[in-house]
Design a binder for this molecule. Sequence first.
Ligand SMILES: *Cc1c(COP(=O)(O)O)cnc(C)c1O
Length: 376
Amino acid sequence: MLDRTVDFTELAVAGVRALQPYQPGKPESDLKREYGLDDVIKLASNENPMGPGARAVEAASAELGGAHRYPDGAAFVLRHALAKQHGVDPLQVTLGNGSNDVLSLVANAFLEPGREAVFSAHAFAVYPIVTQAAGASAVVVPANDASHPMPFGHDLAAMAAAVTERTRVVFVANPNNPTGTWLQAEPLRAFLEGLAPEVIAVVDEAYFEYADDPEYPDASRWLQDFPNLVVTRTFSKAHGLAAFRVGYGLSHPAVADLLNRVRQPFNVSSVAQAAALASLGDQDYIAQSVALNREQRDWLCHELQALGLQVLPSAGNFLCFRVGEQADAVYEGLLRRGVILRPVANYALPGFLRVTVGLPAENARFVEALKSELQA
Ligand SMILES: *Cc1c(COP(=O)(O)O)cnc(C)c1O
């Protein structure tokens, strides 16, 4: 028979051919299966260790009976609630299937071959993926050096200098994942002021709720001043709803209109919309989550430093720390002990590992396991 096998990679569009897929944290179920463990803790994906809020769960459950209906594609109620919370017009809100979806909408609406997206080295892995998938060129700007007060964080001056007439999008993660580093209001605002108004500036605030530096900005307050600004937020982190996939973008209505043209019509399920709406109204749960994170992040940081490890400053619910050459071995050793961390060599941070701040008992177990591994 005729061999009908073809080289499908050759058939794919250029951007996809060179694409390296996103590497998620290892699921607990994989580790249990592969290592025959039954007591496993996952500190790998910056999820809220408290679980979802009771009000969100209740609202989602109440929605299940309507699962035969398509969701409200315009997410009217949730969109209006978000607009009210941010003091913007509902036409400025774009809902996403997670905020990753919004990042992808920006790329689809504004990037194509011949255009460039600028972002920092060690920035969130989704920026290169959506840029390349759109066929555009990624301009990766060297980050702050290791001795900077925000080691490996965004160098805004270098990013500004990397912008050309081909640049259509700049991605800024504040705080950044996986480093945890952040930008204060004054330099970030000055960066936006210096940016050509034709360049879409995405400020990704996935960890907004956790940031506690009084100089940390809420960029959504600046939407009036910068029509080219897109601020992204998510329900996946402090709101504890990662599985539901809800995020959103805040922007000028004209930009939101373009994002909505490329958005899948039903990209956020009715169950997810209900959960997100309930969670928005559950400020006690958010406050508790943030308080727990603050206390435990400080504790973990102290413990890691006591082991002689360099810990990067973090405004998020995770810490990035330097283990050195044996980072891979330590990661594997921790897996065998049932503790899942996130290796970050793919972020050009070899020798570092990232740990999500968990519940007190999880953090204590991680520290004990790490001590054993470092001695081994
Ligand atoms: C987790 C994360 C996101 C959000 O992902 P979702 O798609 O909303 O789950 C966005 N940006 C950064 C920097 C993140 O770490």
